[in-house]
Design a protein around this ligand. Sequence first.
Ligand code: GRF
Length: 200
Amino acid sequence: MKANPRRRIAVLVSGTGSNLQAVLDAIGSGALDATVVAVVSNRADVYALERAEAAGVPTVCLVPGPGEARSDYDARLVATVAEFEPDFVLLAGWMRLLSMTFLSRFPNRVINLHPALPGQFPGTHAIERALEAAQRLGLHRTGVMVHFVPDENVDDGPVIATAEVDIHSDDTVETLSARVHAAEHALLITALRAVVAGAG
Ligand code: GRF
């Protein structure tokens, strides 16, 4: 066995997967020394799965059953993800709350990306809410963060990295989203490089 094996990352997705692509590209270019061992989606037919397949990464689609209890789904998710023996589980556009059934199985190993700064706009539509705050309250800046997920608190936990994003007076949801997503793609790689370098 190598003394310093490449860190194994399982990526959980629900949608487009542009952040997954940023990770795959960074690994491909040598900017990130890691391996994506699996991409798991809670939704069928999402573009993120196509991106993973194009990169030759194993994919699993695990759609919740009708009325399935969260703890039952999360137990299935644990079994699925654990099979790939990841060092880290990255939530990259994963749009489903995770319970302690899942989180306690991967302590200090689950990493989330959120398009807002710590403590601001947790939950969905963070970019839209930041723009609304800019228009109504004069907010000049939002941002993005990457953090560990220790518990069920939404978009909260020990911060790994943040980046600020200016809000322009003529911004629309589209223009601000484009700037926030570009910041996410860069920050995610910075954060993963730090985590991978620090992993014992
Ligand atoms: C990102 O803005 C992420 O922070 C949020 O959902 C979006 C996912 O984008 N949670 P993508 O699927 O990576 O393109």
